[in-house]
Write a protein of this length. Sequence first.
Length: 654
Amino acid sequence: MFTSFRYWVVFTSLFLLIVTPYSNTFHSSWHLDDEPNITQNSLLHVKNLDLDSIGKTFFADPSRHHTLYRPIACLSFALNWYFGKDNVTGYHIVNIFIHILTAFILFLAILTLFEAPNLKDKYQGSKYFISLLAAVLWAINPIQTQAVTYIVQRMASMAAMFYILGIYFFVKARIHKSRLIRVYLYAGCFFSFMFALGSKENAITFPLALFLVEIIFFQNLSFPETRRKVIRVSALIGVSVVFLGALVFLIMKGDPVGFIHNLYEKRSFTALERLMTEPRILVYYITQIFYPAPTRLSIEHDVAVSTSLFSPWTTLPAIFTVFCLIIIGLTQIAKRPILAFGILFFFLNHLIESTILPLELVFEHRNYLPSLFVFFPVAAALKWLIDYYYGKKSYMYPMMISFLIFVIIGLCSGTYVRNMAWANEKALWEDAMKKAPANARPYQKLAGYHEEMGKSDEALLLYQKALSSKDQRPRQSKALSLNNMGNIYLEKHEHEKAIALYKKAIDICPDYEKSIYNLILAMVDSERWEEASNNADMLLSKFFLKKDYLNLKGFILLKLNKPEEAIPYLKRALRLSPNCRNTLINAGVALNLTNNHKNAEWILSRAAQNSPGDMLIHLCLIENSLRAGDESSAGKYTETLLASFSLKSIQNEL
C-alpha cells in the first residue's frame, strides 16, 4: 500500500512539474512538417472509425501514399483529427500526456534496474530519490520542447515511450521469479518494441539497448567465459540488427539504397562529410543537454559542414571527444555501470540519425530518446554528494539542496521560455532567423507568414534574402523561393514576372512540379493556351496520375476548341476524384461541345447535386439544354436559377 502511494506521489509530482512549463503550449500553432504530415494529409482525416478508415492511416506517408509509414503515430494523429479536426489543443494535450507517461515509465525502469544483480547491493535507501531525480531532470529539460511542443514529433516521443516501456518489461522479466509472469513480461517487451518501431524507425536499436542492459546490469564480466560469450552474442546481434534494419527500410521505403542515394543527390553534403560533421553536432547536443539555455535552442542551426578532418578545426577534436566518451563508457561497465549505461545508451540511440543516413544535419528532437538515461549517473552523483555532506554536517549540505532546487526551477523556467517561441509561425521563425541568420529556411518561412497576412512586399524581400542564403538542399531551396515569388506576382496579375520566375525555378529543379503547375496557371491566366498545353504535357509526362493536372490539361484543350481531345483527360480525372466540382463542369462542357447532350446533362446535374449553390453549373445546364434544342429543360433550369439567385448576381456572373 505504501509503495502504491509512493508511485502516486511520483506520478503527481511529474505531472505538475511537466504541465507547469508546458502550460503555455496548448494553443501553439502548426509548424513546418506538421502540414504535410497532418493538416494536409487526407489519409489521416478520418470521418469514422471503421476498419477501412483506420487501415488507411497506416499508409499515410505524405510523400508516397500506399507505403507503410509509422502506423502507430499516424493512427494517433488520425484519432486526434477525428475528435478535433485541426484544433491544435487536442494534439498538444496528447503530446504532453505522452511526455508525462514516458517520464513516469523512465522512473519505473530506473527503479527496477536497482534490482538487477550488478546494482542490487548498492544505493540502498537512495533508489527512489535517484530514479525520480533522473526522470525529473530529463522531463523538464528545455531540449525536450522540440519533441513535445512540435506536434508532428509525437512520432519521436511515442517511439521513446514504447522503447522505455520495453526496457522496463525486459528488466522486470529478468528479475521476476515466476516463469509464467516472465513470459507475459517478455511478450510485453516484444510488443513495446513493435509499437516503438511503428512510431518511428529509429527504435530499431531496441535489441541492442536490451543487450546493453543485459551486459551492464546482469552479467559478471570478471569471468573470461562470460566475456567470450558476450563477444559472440555481440557479433550475432550486430548482424541481426543490420539485417532487420535493411528489412524495415525495404518495407518502409521499397529500395533503401536508391532512397539514400536520391536523398544525398539533393543535399549540399556527401555521406562522408555528414559522417565527419555529426561528431561536432553530438558534442553540441551534449552541451545543450547540460546547458539548455533557451538562447541555445532553435528549430534551425547554422552548421558548417566538415569537408575534412581539419576543416573546420573542431572536426578532429569532436571525433576524438566522442571516441573518448565511448571508451569511457566501455571501460566503466564493471566499475561504474550507471555511468557506462548513460554514455553508451546515448551514443547507441544516435546511431541511426547521427551517422550515415542523408537526413538534415541537426534537430534537437533527436535527443529525446538518446537522453533518457543521461541523467541517471548525474542523479546518482548528486545523491552521493548530498549524503556525503549530510554525514559531515557541513554547510555544503543546504547548499547542495538549494542548488538542486535552483536547477529544477531553472529548467522549468527555461522550458517555459523556450515554449514561447513555439507560439506561432512568426515567433518561431523570427527566433530561428536571429540564431541562424545565414540559413534560408527562416527567411522563407517568415515570408510565407507575411504572404498569409497580405504583406506581399515584405514577403518578396525575405524571399530575396533566402536566395542569397545557404541551405542543406540548395537547389530545392532556391527553386522554392523563386516559385513563391512567382506566386506573389501572379496574384498581382504581373504575369510576365511570374512566368520568368517559374522558369528560373524549373531551370534549377527540372522536376519541381509546383513550379511547372504554377507556370501553366500563369500561362492560362494570360491566355497563352498553346504554351500552357505544351507545359501541361511535360507535367503529365512526369506526374500523370494527379486529377488536378489531368483536369487542367482538359480545360486548356477546351479553350483551344479541342473538346474531343479534352474528354479522355477529364474522364481519367473523374476516375481519380468522381465528385470534383471543376472536373465535372469541364467534362459537362466538353460533352456539350461534342453534342453528347444527354451525358453532359447527367454530369452537370451531378455537379449541381454536390454544389447546389453554384451558379455556373446552372448556367452550363441551361446552355446544354439550349444547344440540344430542349427548350422545356432550358426553361426548367432557368426557373431554378431565378429562384436561387438574384438578378443582379446573375448579371454579374454573366
